[in-house]
Design a protein around this ligand. Sequence first.
Ligand code: ADP
Ligand code: MG
Length: 448
Amino acid sequence: MDIDKLWNIFLEKIKTKISKISYDTWFADSKLYKIVDNKAIVVVSMHIQKKNLKENYNDLIEEVFTEISGSNFKFDYLLEEEIENNIEINTDEIGVPNNNFETNLISKYNFDNFVVGESNKFAHATALAVAENPGQMYNPLFIYGKSGLGKTHLMHAIGNYIVQNKNKRVLYVTCERFVEDFIGITRKKNKNNFDNVEIFKKKYRDIDVLIIDDIQYLGNANQTQQEFFNTFNDLYGNNKQIIISSDRSPEDLKLLEERLLTRFNWGLTINIFPPDFDLRMHIIDNKIESNMLNSSFPKDVKEYIASNCTGDIRKLEGAITRVVAYATMMNGSDITLSLAIEALQDYFSKTIISKNKIDQVQQIVANHYNIKVEDLKSKKRVSTIAFPRQIAMYICRIILEEPLTKIGIEFGGKDHTTVMHSVDKIKKQIKKDQNFEFEINKLINQIK
Ligand code: ADP
Ligand code: MG
C-alpha cells in the first residue's frame, strides 16, 4: 500500500468536508507518516496543528479514513521535529526486515524548495555537488551552523536527490538514533545478541550514503564514538559518501576524539550562516506560495516577520503559520499588520532583546527634549514632539541599523515610509547645520 497516495485521496475527501482556510491551515502540509497495525501516524509541522487535529478533528479524520481504507484506524499525531528527534513510538526498531529499505528521508525537504541567498549559497552548491557525485567530490561533507539555518533540510535534499537520480542506498539518521541503535545492541546482550550486531552493521554499512544529523550529540560515550569511528572507516574505505552536520565547527566539538575530528577534515567543511533580510523575505514568499496563502498576506506583515526573525528560519516559518492560525481563529479575518503584531506578541517577545536599544534611544531623546517616551510613540504632530520623534527614528535607523518596519512599529505603529521620511529630513538638517550635528552626536554618545 502506498501511503502517500492513500493520504492524498484522504486529503481530497477531507477538502470537501471543511472550509478552505481550515483545510489549508490544518491539513495541507500533513503527511501520513506510517501505519503500524491499526495505528496511523500523521506528521504535522506545528504544535497548534497537532493539538487541533487531535482534539477537534480526530473523529472526522477517523471516519473519513475508515471510509476510504475500509478498515478502522486509530490516529496519532506527531510533529516533524519529534520524528527527527525520534520521540516516536518504537515500532520498526532496527531488526525489522524491510524490503523497501529504510531511508528516513523526508520528501518535502528538497533542493527545489531550498531558497538560496548569500548566506547559504556555498552550502547549497556544495550539497548539490555531493548529491550529483556521491562518494566522489567531498568526503565526508561536514555542514555546520546554528540551529534553524537549513542543515537538516539540505541533508534531506541531498538524500532525496540521490535516491531519485542514482541507484544508491541512502540512510538518514539523527545522531541520537545512531546512539540508540548502538545502545540497543549492547543492551539486548542475552537474547541473540549476535543477530542484533549483524543487523546494526547491515543497517549502517550496507549502504552507499550515510547522512548523520547533529553529530554534536555523539557525546563522550567512548563506545559509541568507537562504533561511529568503525562505521566511518568502513564506509569511507569503500568510497561511500558520508554527510555530517553539527551546530558547531569540528574544532569546537570538544567531546569528540581527535582521530574522528581528523577524519572530518579529510573532506570539506562548510558553514551555513544566518539569512540576511532579503533571503528571509524570499523564504517567507516561498513558504506562503507553497501553501497557497499569498492572496491574503500583505507586504508589511512579511517585513514585520522578516525583521523580527533574524537568526532562525524555523522561527520564521513558525511566525507565518501562527499568523495564519490566528486569523483563522478570528473567524477568518484579513491578515493585517496589527493582527500579525497581536498574533506574534508572545512569540517574539522572547527574542526581541535588541528592542531595548530602541527603548534606550527613545529614552535619551525624550529626556533631552523634555517630553515623554509615550509622546514619541503617539500620533501628535506638534513640532516639539514630531521633531524629536524624527531624530529618534533617525538614530535608530542610522546608528542601530534597525529595519524601517521595526522602527515604525516601535514608534507606535508608524508606516515605514514615515520613518524613511524622518530619516531623510534629519540627514538634510545635519548637512546644513553643524550645531545640530553636534547635538545629535551628543545624543548618540549616550547610547550604551
Ligand atoms: P537546522 O537543521 O539547521 O536546524 P532545518 O534544516 O531544520 O535547520 O531548517 C529549519 C526550517 O527552515 C525547515 O523547515 C526548513 O525547511 C526551513 N529552511 C531552512 N533553510 C531554508 C531555505 N534556505 N529555504 C527554505 N526553507 C528553509
Ligand atoms: Mg537540524
